[in-house]
Every structure is written in structure tokens, then in C-alpha cells.
Ligand binder design. Structure first.
Ligand SMILES: *[C@@H]1O[C@H](CO)[C@@H](O)[C@H](O)[C@H]1NC(C)=O
Ligand SMILES: *[C@@H]1O[C@H](CO)[C@@H](O)[C@H](O)[C@H]1NC(C)=O
Ligand SMILES: *[C@@H]1O[C@H](CO)[C@@H](O)[C@H](O)[C@H]1NC(C)=O
Ligand SMILES: [Zn+2]
Length: 234
């Protein structure tokens, strides 16, 4: 071995030791059971809002079926809807308009609208997120998970996981929300992470796009007229 390759071998072994210790210690893959009343919110209430995140799509089977709603649960009961958003990349030509980015952008506009319900100053709007929960029908990509942490949401709840999306053919950046949330402890506001909420229903919005044999979401049927198989609204 040359001196150089000794150093290289040492760096490689340090690197893998570092990775192992990360996975063995704080990077626990366990998150709260979605059927529990975490933060005093009933599971049926979580289900209700996750279905609203699907409804926020505005169509029964858009290709990029990523929808989100933002809810104030600190009022108790069912909670109050503040804003919603859906992936609008292809509508706007803006590649960062994922459902969560669209929802956050929409919330800021709604919270600061001088003619709206809230009439907050920008500074008040920034602080308002600490009371709010974002529901997204699929686990956020690292961009959106980071945006959620920068916003300082009280809770972040997702349905379908990134791992499931990858299995079903979606291109994804392989950094879990658990990783983004675990690495963001220097930020001043904590975010409670809940995953797999109503995944049995959110999954159906993401399973048909790359699998012509999979049935379409409710309200849609297969259409082969364009030369490829897609789901179209009835
Ligand atoms: C959320 O509810 C709390 C009451 O618990 C209220 O003080 C706060 O203004 C609400 N935030 C928004 C954005 O509605
Ligand atoms: C903003 O949120 C409101 C309330 O959910 C919704 O009615 C509206 O369609 C949303 N706007 C956009 C651009 O997503
Ligand atoms: C999905 O599971 C929930 C319970 O977590 C249940 O209430 C709901 O009916 C199920 N949806 C379907 C379509 O089976
Ligand atoms: Zn995203």
C-alpha cells in the first residue's frame, strides 16, 4: 500500500463507522403509530384532514397527485383549515411548486391578505406557522421537508412514504423526512412528525402512473388513446 492508499482506506473506514453509528444511535426509523391520538388529535380527525389533502388536488387523478392542507389544531375540535395547495409544476412552469410549497405560499398570502380573515403583518405570519399542522398525502421531498422546518410548523403529517413512491416507479431524492427533521435541531421551533396516516387511501393516488395494470383512482378510468396508458377523469 502506498501512503496515499493508507490514508484513503482510513478515510473510508472512518466514513463507514460514522454512517453505522448514525444509523444505530439517533437515526431511529420509528415514528408514532398513526392510529393514536397524538397531540390530543383523534385519529378520525387525522383521517378527515388527510382526505382533504387528497381533495385539494382539485381533480380525481392528476398525474402529479401531491396535495396538502394546513390546519390549526390548537383551536380544538376538528381544527380550522387555513390554506391548501396542490402540485402545480406543470400549470405554472415552476419546478418548486410541489403541493407543500404551493400550500405554504398560499398560506402566507392568505395570512397577510389585508382584505382577508387574518390581516397579519409579515412578522406575525411567520410566527403563525408554529400553531399549524401541514397534512400532505405523500412524504415530502427534502426541499419541502426543509421548507416545513423553516416554516416551523407544529406538526407535519404525511400519508404515502418516499420508499413506497420509489417502489412504485417515482423519481425521488432519497432523503427521508425523518432525516431532515432529525438534522434540523438548530432551528428554534420543533415539528412533530407523523407518517403513514391513511396511507391505504393516499397510496391509490400514486400507484397507477407507472403500472398500466393498476386500477385508476375513484372517478377515473384507463385511457389508452394517446398511445400510452393513463388515468382520465370520467
Ligand atoms: C390558531 O388558533 C389559536 C388559538 O388556539 C389562535 O391564537 C391563532 O391565532 C390561530 N392561528 C391561525 C393562523 O388561525
Ligand atoms: C389557497 O387555499 C384556499 C383555502 O384552502 C383554497 O381555496 C385555494 O384554492 C388555495 N389556492 C391555491 C392557489 O392553491
Ligand atoms: C383505510 O384505513 C382507515 C383506517 O386507518 C379506514 O378507516 C378506511 O376505511 C380505510 N380506507 C379504505 C378505502 O379501505
Ligand atoms: Zn417536494
Amino acid at each position: 500500500m502506498t501512503k496515499f492508499s493508507h490514508v484513503l482506506a482510513l478515510l473510508v473506514s472512518l466514513g463507514s463507522a460514522h454512517l453505522h453509528s448514525r444509523h444505530d444511535s439517533y437515526q431511529s426509523p420509528i415514528i408514532g403509530d398513526p392510529t393514536l391520538a397524538i397531540n390530543s388529535v383523534a385519529p378520525s380527525t387525522r383521517t378527515y384532514w388527510m382526505r382533504q389533502a387528497n381533495i385539494a388536488l382539485g381533480a380525481p387523478c392528476p398525474f402529479a397527485a401531491f396535495g396538502a392542507v394546513v390546519v390549526n389544531h390548537t383551536v380544538g375540535g376538528l381544527g380550522e383549515l387555513v390554506c391548501s395547495g396542490a402540485n402545480s409544476n406543470s400549470k405554472t412552469g415552476n419546478p418548486i411548486m410541489h403541493g407543500e410549497m404551493a400550500a405554504i405560499t398560499n398560506c402566507s398570502a392568505i395570512l397577510t391578505d389585508p382584505k382577508g380573515k387574518y390581516k397579519l403583518t409579515p412578522a406575525q405570519a411567520l410566527n403563525a406557522f408554529a400553531d399549524l399542522t401541514i397534512y400532505t398525502n405523500a412524504e415530502s421531498c427534502p426541499m419541502c421537508a426543509s421548507a416545513i422546518r423553516w416554516a416551523g410548523f407544529r406538526e407535519y403529517v404525511y400519508g404515502t412514504s418516499i420508499d413506497t413512491l420509489i417502489t412504485k416507479g417515482w423519481g425521488q431524492i432519497r432523503i427521508s423526512s425523518l432525516e431532515v427533521v432529525s438534522q434540523s435541531f438548530d432551528l428554534s421551533k420543533p415539528t412533530r412528525l407523523l407518517g403513514g396516516v391513511l396511507a391505504n387511501e393516499t397510496d391509490q393516488f400514486f400507484f397507477w402512473q407507472f403500472d398500466p395494470a393498476h386500477k385508476c383512482p375513484e372517478g377515473c378510468k384507463r385511457d389508452e388513446s394517446g398511445g400510452s396508458s393513463t388515468c382520465k377523469a370520467l
